[in-house]
Design a binder for this molecule. Structure first.
Ligand code: LU1
Ligand code: MG
Length: 214
């Protein structure tokens, strides 16, 4: 049977990237998506903004919602200090299987814990299951109608601390209007919009960075 796009994306990584070299994995995926088949990775342009925020926060603990093929997982994990931990949630087993191989090809397995399951089920269990009290950085890139409910859930579960940074992809395209309205109007967040473009296109999109004020 015909391969899937994530399988072809993994093939491009295994063919063109060097094992243990995260930058070559990122470049291989961006080249594949720009020249062969578009895929919903955060991409190189928004990826540079993601890199800047990760470097600024220098997080010890990171939560990613929506792994997909692991592109942003690799982008973030490659910048983390040695004993930092990135937990990434993905409920589609086929995507999770591809992402594990992409993360392994980049040589970043030690820094990444990929959890197969729904964010709503796992956010309440972060403390007991993984011994993580709070997250310094959360990257939201899963179903767009889950950004707001999961943010409220993270607040309720106490996994955000004063200064925790939420970075949300696609706040313009496809758009997350309810989430954007919430973080921009809530007194508990200091929000900033980073204008960019939808991955591999000229369409406007951007990232919203929201600092939880406790
Ligand atoms: C609740 C929950 N828990 C765990 N994993 C979850 C989850 N909801 C989705 N996921 C997983 O994250 C991934 C989903 C991401 C959703 N992202 C998107 O739908 C998405 C869509 C576009 C886009 C833009 C313009 C167009 F014309 C077409 C598409 C661009 C992007 O950057 C995106 O992230 C894969 C899915 O299995
Ligand atoms: Mg996205």
């Amino acid at each position: 049977t015909r391969s899937t796009r994530p399988q072809r994306l993994l093939g491009a990584v295994q063919k063109n990237a060097t094992r243990g070299d995260p930058c070559s994995v990122i470049q291989a995926i961006d080249h594949f998506c720009r020249n062969k088949e578009w895929a919903m990775n955060v991409g190189d342009e928004k990826g540079c903004i993601l890199d800047a925020v990760v470097s600024e926060v220098n997080p010890a603990t990171v939560l990613e919602l929506g792994t997909y093929c692991g592109y942003s997982t690799v982008r973030i994990a490659r910048l983390l200090p040695p004993d930092a931990k990135l937990i990434t949630l993905e409920f589609n087993p086929d995507f999770a299987a591809i992402a594990r191989q992409v993360i392994a090809w980049a040589g970043l397995e030690e820094k990444v814990q990929l959890v197969e399951g729904a964010s709503g089920d796992w956010i309440p269990r972060m403390k007991e299951q993984f011994g993580v009290k709070t997250f310094d950085l959360v990257f939201l890139d899963h179903w767009k109608d889950r950004y707001l409910p999961d943010t409220k859930l993270m607040e309720e579960c106490g996994i955000l601390r004063k200064g925790s940074v939420l970075l949300a992809d696609n706040v313009i395209c496809p758009g997350t209007p309810d989430y954007l309205e919430f973080v921009r109007n809530s007194p508990r967040y200091e929000s900033q919009y980073f204008k960019s473009h939808l991955e591999y296109t000229k369409v406007e999109d951007g990232l919203e960075k929201s600092v939880f004020l406790g």
